[in-house]
Write a protein that binds this ligand. Structure first.
Ligand code: T1G
Length: 704
C-alpha cells in the first residue's frame, strides 16, 4: 500500500500504490520520498522507474486533503518533485491509464517519461478552480511549447499519450511503449539505457519563450475572460504560464505558488471541489454494497415513443444496446423514430457522429406495435402519459410479459412509484428512472428507489446510468422527488414576486445575474407553462391550503404557454427564441394588483435571489430530514445537472453553507413577515434550524 519497491538488474521500480487512483496524499508522498532516498543510496541501483499500480499512474494530489493542513504537510508535492528531480540517479516515469494533475507534475519532475499508448495525460486543476500548483505551469510549457501547454491547462482537458508524442518538438514523452502490458519492462530497459547518461535532462532547464508573447497572452486573457468570466482560475492559468516565459524557473515557481494558494481559498474553488466529490458520492447508494452483483442488461424496451421515450431510447442505442420502442399506433412510432433519426442527423451535421455510427445505432432500433419484445428485454422503461391509472395499466401488462429478473422502470416525474410497483407481482424489480428532457441530452437521472426496490436493481441501474453518461442520483418516493419538489417552491416564490411588484424580466435577470442559466419565467416559456398549470390544478385539489399566485393560471387561460405558442411570460417572434418583454403580460399583472388592492413595491435583487434560492434550500432540508435525499451533495448535483444552478456556487445546499445557515434562517424570518408571502413555508426546516443553532452545515454536518 502506498508504494512498493522492487530491485532487478540494478533498476529500482517504485510503484505508486494508493487505490483507487494513486492519489498523492501525504502517506504516499512520504513513501515515495523514502523509496527514492533508499534507491539513491543503494549502490546496487543504477536507475529508478516510477510507475503506478492498478489501472493508472496517478490522478494527482488527493483532493480530499484540500482545505486541511495535510495538503501542505512535508513532504508536500513540490518538495517531493524537487527531490525526484535532484536524485543523483535517473528517474524514469512509466505512464499508463491516467496521468493527470499532480501525477503529471510528478512525472515532469522525473528525468524521463515512457508512456503506454492510450494513456490520458492532462492538468485538469482548472476544473477544480485551481491551477497546477506543483510546477505544472512552469514545466509543461517547457515540455510541450507555450501554446499547447496553455490550451491543455486552461481547458483542463486530457490528451492521449500518442497524440502528445506526435507533437513537433515535444519533450514530455521520451519514448512510447509498444503496449500497456509491455510498459514496465520497456521502461526498465529504457532506464538501463540512460543509467550512465549525464547530465540528466531536467524539463526545468529547457527554454520557454513565445515569439509574440505580448500579443499571444493578451489574446489568451481576453478569450478566457469572455469564455469563463466567473472562473478566476482560468485567467490565473494564463498569467502563470506567461510567467514561465518571462521569469526564471525559480521566480516562475514562486509566482505559480502564490497564485495557487490564493485560488485554493476562493469560493469558486471550494464549490467545484465540493461538486467533484458530491457527484462521485451520489453514485453510492446507502444500504447497497459497492460490489453488489449487477443484473445483465443486454436488451432494452421502451414503452411510449413520445418525446421522452424516443430520447430515452437514444441513450441505450448510443452504447450499442438493441432497443425495442413500443407504442400503440404506427403514427406515434413513426414520430418517435423520426425524432431519433433527426437528433442523430443533427449530430452528424455537427461532425459529432459519423453516418456509419448513425446507421449502426438505427440498426439497433426496433419500432413495433407488438408487446413481444417485453418478454426478451432485461430492462423495460415505461414512458407513457403522466397519469397514474394509465401507468398502472401499462405496468400490469409489462408485468405479464416481462421475463423473470427483468428490471421494470418508470420514467414518471412525480407519481408514486410504490403505487406503480404495486400494480405488478414483482415490486422488487420496479425502480424509477426519471430522465430530464431532452432525455438524450440532460445528464441528470433521478433514480427513484421504491420501498421494495431490490438492492441489485439499484446497483444495476446506477452503474447503467453512468454507462449512458448520466449522473444518477438516488431519490426516495415523494411528489416531485428531489428536483421537481424543490423547484415547485422556487416557482411559487417567483409568482409571489410578480404580485408584489416585480416583472418577469426583473426576476429572471436577478437570478441569471446570480448565475442560473435561465430564470423561472424564461424556463417556463421554454418547458411550457401548461405543465406547471396541470400540476397546480392537481395541487388545488390535493393541497388546497397551499397558495399559489393565480397570475400563472391567468397567463395559461390566455393560452400563453410559452415558446410553443409564440407567447408566454414573454412575446416571441416566429422562429426566434428571444424573450421580448410583453405589454400584454404587464397589463395583466397590473390588473391583478389593482383587482387585489396591491400597491406594487420595489423588490431588491438580493431579496429576489434569496427568496428563490432559500426556497430551494428549505425544501432541500426537508428532503434530507425525510430521507428522500441521502446527502446535501446529492441535492447540489441534482440542481447543477438538471436545473442550471451555477457550478461556481456549488449548488443550493453548498451555497447556503457558504452564506451561513444562521444568516439563511434570519433571512427566512424576514420573508415570513411579508403578508404577501407564505409564513408557514418560511418556517425553517428543523434540520436547518438545528444546524444553524449549532453552527453546523449541510455538507459538513455539525462542526465539532
Ligand atoms: N483525489 C482524491 N480522490 C480522487 C481523485 C483525486 N485527485 N480523483 C479521483 N478520486 C476518487 C473519486 O472521488 C472516486 O472516489 C474514485 O477516485 C474514482 O473516481 C498540486 C492541486 C482520474 C479520470 O482533478 O478526473 O493535483 O467515489 O469515479 O471515472 O497541481 O477520477 O470511489 O470514493 O472519477 O475512473 C488534480 C480528478 C487534482 C483528477 C478517473 N486531479 N480525477 O475517473 O473514476 S488537484 C484531478 C479524475 C492537483 C496539483 C493539483 C477522475 C479520473 P470514490 P472516478 P474514473
Amino acid at each position: 500500500m502506498n508504494t512498493d519497491v522492487r530491485h532487478e538488474d540494478a533498476v529500482a521500480v517504485i510503484m505508486l500504490d494508493n487505490p483507487p487512483v494513486n492519489g498523492l496524499g501525504l502517506v504516499t508522498r512520504q513513501a515515495v520520498w523514502d523509496a527514492v532516498e533508499r534507491a539513491e543510496a543503494d549502490g546496487a541501483v543504477s536507475c529508478i522507474v516510477l510507475a503506478g499500480a492498478g489501472k493508472l499512474f496517478s490522478a494527482g494530489a488527493d483532493i480530499r486533503e484540500f482545505g486541511t493542513p495535510t495538503a501542505y504537510r512535508e513532504p508536500n508535492l513540490l518538495s517531493l518533485i524537487e527531490r525526484v528531480q535532484s536524485c543523483k540517479k535517473p528517474v524514469v516515469a512509466a505512464l499508463h491509464g491516467t496521468c493527470v494533475g499532480g501525477g503529471l507534475e510528478l512525472a515532469m519532475g522525473c528525468h524521463y517519461r515512457v508512456a503506454a499508448p492510450g494513456c490520458q495525460i492532462g492538468l485538469p486543476e482548472v476544473k477544480l478552480g485551481l491551477l497546477p500548483g506543483a510546477g505544472g505551469t512552469q514545466r509543461l510549457p517547457r515540455a510541450l511549447g507555450v501554446e499547447a501547454a496553455l490550451n491543455m491547462v486552461v481547458s483542463g482537458e486530457f490528451m492521449k499519450s500518442e497524440r502528445i508524442a506526435g507533437l513537433a518538438g515535444q519533450r514530455l514523452i521520451d519514448q512510447m511503449a509498444t503496449s500497456e502490458s509491455a510498459l514496465l519492462n520497456e521502461a526498465r530497459a529504457f532506464a538501463q539505457s540512460v543509467a550512465q547518461a549525464r547530465p540528466m535532462p531536467r524539463l526545468r532547464d529547457l527554454d520557454c519563450q513565445h515569439p509574440q508573447g505580448d500579443g499571444f497572452f493578451a489574446f489568451a486573457r481576453n478569450s478566457v475572460k469572455q469564455a469563463m468570466p466567473k472562473y478566476p482560475a482560468a485567467l490565473a492559468c494564463v498569467n502563470a504560464i506567461e510567467s514561465a516565459t518571462r521569469l526564471s524557473f525559480e521566480q516562475g515557481m514562486a509566482k505559480e505558488r502564490e497564485i495557487f494558494l490564493g485560488l485554493m481559498d476562493t469560493p469558486e474553488c471550494k464549490s467545484l471541489r465540493h461538486l467533484f466529490l458530491a457527484e462521485r458520492n451520489a453514485a453510492k447508494v446507502p444500504g447497497v454494497a459497492p460490489d453488489t452483483p449487477e443484473r445483465a442488461v443486454k436488451r432494452v424496451a421502451v414503452v411510449g415513443a413520445g418525446t421522452m421515450g424516443s430520447g430515452i431510447a437514444m441513450n441505450f442505442l448510443n452504447i450499442g444496446l438493441p432497443v425495442a420502442l413500443i407504442d400503440n399506433t404506427t403514427e406515434a412510432l413513426a414520430r418517435g423514430v423520426a425524432s431519433i433519426q433527426k437528433n442523430y442527423q443533427a449530430q452528424v451535421s455537427k461532425g459529432k457522429l459519423t453516418e456509419e455510427r448513425l446507421a449502426q445505432r438505427m440498426g439497433l432500433l426496433e419500432a413495433t406495435l407488438s408487446l413481444e419484445p417485453l418478454s426478451q428485454a432485461d430492462l423495460i422503461i415505461e414512458a407513457v402519459f403522466e397519469d397514474l391509472l394509465v401507468k398502472k395499466e401499462v405496468f400490469g401488462r409489462i408485468d405479464a410479459m416481462a421475463k423473470p429478473g427483468a428490471i421494470l422502470a418508470s420514467n414518471t416525474s412525480t407519481l408514486d412509484l410504490n403505487v406503480i410497483a404495486a400494480a405488478t407481482a414483482r415490486p422488487a424489480d420496479v425502480v424509477g428512472l426519471h430522465f430530464f428532457s431532452p432525455a438524450n441530452v440532460m445528464r441528470l437521472l433521478e433514480v427513484v428507489r421504491g420501498e421494495k426496490t431490490a438492492p441489485d436493481v439499484m446497483a444495476t441501474v446506477m452503474k447503467l446510468g453512468k454507462r449512458i453518461k448520466k449522473t444518477p442520483v438516488v431519490s426516495g418516493v415523494c411528489d416531485g422527488f428531489i428536483g421537481n419538489r424543490m423547484i415547485e417552491q422556487y416557482i411559487r416564490q417567483a409568482g409571489f414576486l410578480l404580485e408584489e411588484g416585480c416583472t418577469p424580466r426583473q426576476v429572471d435577470q436577478a437570478i441569471e445575474k446570480f448565475g442560473f442559466a435561465m430564470g423561472p419565467f424564461r424556463m417556463g416559456d421554454l418547458a411550457g407553462n401548461d405543465i406547471g398549470w396541470a400540476i397546480r390544478k392537481r395541487r388545488y385539489v390535493e393541497k388546497p391550503q397551499i397558495r399559489y399566485s393565480p397570475i400563472a393560471d391567468a397567463l395559461c387561460e390566455m393560452g400563453r404557454f410559452g415558446q410553443k405558442t409564440s407567447a408566454g411570460w414573454y412575446d416571441y417572434q416566429a422562429g426566434r427564441r428571444e424573450a421580448i418583454e410583453s405589454a400584454v403580460v404587464g397589463q395583466m399583472i397590473a390588473k391583478y394588483r389593482t383587482d387585489h388592492q396591491i400597491t406594487p413595491r420595489q423588490v431588491s435583487e438580493d431579496e429576489i435571489v434569496h427568496r428563490l434560492v432559500f426556497a430551494l434550500v428549505n425544501e432541500g432540508a426537508l428532503l434530507l430530514e425525510e430521507g428522500i435525499a441521502a446527502r446535501a451533495g446529492d441535492i447540489d448535483v441534482v440542481y447543477l445537472m438538471g436545473y442550471g444552478f451555477p457550478p461556481w456556487r456549488g449548488g443550493p445546499m453548498h451555497y447556503a453553507d457558504s452564506y451561513g445557515l444562521d444568516r439563511v434562517v434570519h433571512a427566512m424570518k424576514r420573508f415570513a413577515q411579508n403578508p404577501m408571502d407564505d409564513a408557514t413555508f418560511w418556517q425553517p426546516a428543523p434540520l436547518l434550524r438545528q444546524l444553524a443553532q449549532q453552527g453546523g452545515s449541510f455538507t459538513g454536518g455539525v462542526t465539532p
